[in-house]
Design a protein around this ligand. Structure first.
Ligand code: ATP
Length: 307
């Protein structure tokens, strides 16, 4: 069985009277790329700050690499690289000089570490170019370089692709995938850009209003999204009666006041369409491709993007 890297039990954070995180039970195993998905204000940064030791839970427990309690967590956190905000770099120094500074500051012995890190993040040819003249993508990659310089087993990243252009996003994604594949680094990455997480993540944690509402593997989610039919009708109540009584389908879900998701009869779209139309229901659309990730998330948190 794979080693548990992060485990939280009933993790809760309150600020005065407002509960920002409520009883979060997180399970992240070695080698996973865990996508923490939530809208702005859902509680992602709060959760990540607590995992990183930058803020303390009001209630509940954190276990990292089987270590818990103050000493256990302090020891475990030596194995973690974190990027929460853009790290502080010297604007007039090059990428190499900036990393050399942090190498000394952190007491890293490896003489090759700066050269190897620059190569890994694709900044080995930036020469004397000053940090202040870097593109945002280059700055983000240097931040990533700083986080991986001490060879972490776990990388915690809060919205690392925020604000990047498509090329910058691809570069970060490729570095993360290589870290995961070549160095077996476990990664937890928060984002609200679902399409980008989709190409990285092996496990999802959906967070809404401080609650972890679902944890699901990317594989299971993919199957779940595919193996359904979504129909859009004018009268959901009437349509569900037909679906249940006439078509004998019990495995369906009303998504909102127009859309219904059927997990049965997925290979019989013509039968569904015929039964509904014959009963006088207006069928606006029938989508055999099921849902995309964004629709799924919106439905999960009670949004009505499809309405
Ligand atoms: P974003 O992507 O906007 O950063 P998020 O999911 O990371 O969103 P958090 O930053 O964790 O969300 O914030 C969750 C909630 O906690 C928000 O309502 C925020 O206003 C509140 N919050 C965060 N820090 C504090 C604080 N120090 N004092 C009071 N409330 C706070």
């Amino acid at each position: 069985m794979k080693e548990i890297v992060i485990k939280t039990r009933n993790l809760t954070k309150k600020y005065k009277d407002s509960i920002v995180l409520n009883n979060v039970n997180l399970d992240i195993k070695r080698g996973e790329i865990y996508g923490l998905v939530g809208k702005n204000g859902a509680g992602k940064t709060t959760l990540i700050r607590m995992l990183s030791g930058l803020s303390f839970p009001t209630n509940g427990e954190i276990e990292l690499f089987n270590g818990f309690g103050e000493n256990g967590l302090n020891k475990a956190r030596r194995r973690i690289g974190v990027i929460i905000e853009t790290p502080c770099f010297f604007p007039y120094l090059s990428a190499r000089k900036n990393l050399e500074y942090y190498k000394i500051q952190r007491g890293i012995d490896d003489e090759e570490v700066v050269k190897n890190t620059l190569k890994f993040i694709g900044l080995e040819d930036t020469g004397n170019k000053k940090f202040k003249n870097f593109s945002l993508g280059m700055k983000q990659r240097l931040g990533l370089g700083l986080a991986i310089m001490s060879n972490p087993d776990l990388l915690i990243l809060d919205e690392p692709i925020n604000g990047l252009d498509p090329a910058g996003i691809v570069e970060i994604r490729e570095i993360l995938l290589r870290l995961n594949k070549e160095k077996n680094v476990t990664i937890i990455i928060s984002s609200h850009i679902l399409s980008e997480l989709e190409q990285l993540t092996t496990q999802y944690g959906f967070i809404n209003k401080g609650e972890l509402i679902e944890q699901i593997s990317a594989k299971k989610l993919e199957e779940k999204l595919k193996s359904c039919i979504v129909i859009k009708v004018d009268n959901v109540e009437k349509a569900t009666a037909i679906i249940e009584n006439q078509l004998g389908c019990k495995d369906y879900e009303v998504l909102n006041d127009k859309n219904i998701r059927l997990m049965q009869l997925v290979d019989k779209p013509e039968m569904i369409a015929q039964a509904l139309v014959m009963s006088g229901i207006k069928l606006y659309s029938l989508n055999q491709n099921g849902l995309n990730l964004e629709d799924y998330f919106m439905n999960l948190i009670g949004g009505n993007k499809n309405a």
